[in-house]
Design a protein around this ligand. Structure first.
Ligand code: ATP
Length: 236
């Protein structure tokens, strides 16, 4: 069983104490969501898992591998692939070229071709627009490209940082349906979201992150009916 275990992690940016004893786990096959407001530490957590920031204390283990000591390259090779906040696709490259970038770390070109077919069948909108430049796509389509690019890398754990950001409610729904479909096809997902309503609909379990630590946690359905979560994250 491939598991991610983050335990008692502290991260600092200079004097800013961004993560304060953060702990959570993700089991194989799950969609786990980290909910939290601006500045709670969600992006820092994703950057921690990608090897972009290092913990001052605590441990980060993925299938026995110490991510706190691993290089970003080795982390990607171990199957943790990060879709960063703000999507960061290349605006002057086509959809197809953007997707191919996800195959950069994959040696086997046959695998890349197979995964491209899977991405296009999961997101037919991208197949229709494969020759269109990234910068001309809608926000939802750009998010699909960012997810598709990660899928070409063959993630074991897909790290999604605020995929709903800036999208209209209907488009958020479409993106969340895609994430649920990716998970149903066997990819474990860690989803970081401010949009608690959308995230709790597809997550199995969730944690609330507040000032760098997890507070409330449990099955997503329980959190969706927890008065503390309703009050703070579901608009009363
Ligand atoms: P957002 O949704 O706004 O991205 P977040 O929950 O992802 O919020 P983080 O970006 O992880 O939160 O930030 C956690 C804390 O660390 C905040 O207090 C933030 O101001 C601080 N922080 C983040 N990045 C840096 C940095 N590069 N230098 C200094 N402080 C930082």
């Amino acid at each position: 069983m491939t598991t991610l275990e983050v335990r008692d992690v502290d991260v600092y940016y200079g004097r800013v104490h961004a993560l304060r004893g953060l702990s959570f786990t993700v089991e194989e096959g799950e969609i786990v969501c980290l909910l939290g407001n601006n500045g709670a530490g969600k992006s820092t957590t994703m950057n921690l898992l990608s090897g972009l920031v290092r913990p001052k204390a605590g441990s980060v283990l993925w299938d026995g591998m110490d991510l706190a000591a691993a290089s970003p390259w080795n982390i990607v090779s171990a199957g943790l692939i990060h879709v960063p906040e703000g999507r960061r696709i290349f605006s002057t490259m086509t959809v197809h070229e953007n997707l191919l970038l996800g195959g950069y770390t994959v040696g086997d070109q046959k695998k890349v071709a197979e995964r491209l077919d899977q991405v296009y069948s999961l997101m037919p909108r991208l197949a229709e627009r494969r020759k269109q430049q990234g910068g001309t796509l809608s926000g939802g389509e750009q998010q699909m490209v960012a997810i598709g690019r990660a899928l070409i890398g063959g993630p074991k754990l897909l790290l999604l940082d605020e995929p709903s950001m800036g999208l209209a409610p209907l488009v958020v729904r479409q993106v969340m349906d895609i994430v649920a479909a990716v998970n149903a096809q066997g990819t474990t997902v860690l989803l970081v979201e401010q949009n608690a309503r959308a995230a709790l609909k597809i997550a199995h379990r969730a944690y609330v992150v507040e000032t760098g630590a997890t507070t409330v946690s449990g099955p997503a359905a329980d959190l969706a009916s927890d008065p503390r979560v309703i009050e703070a994250y579901l608009g009363g």
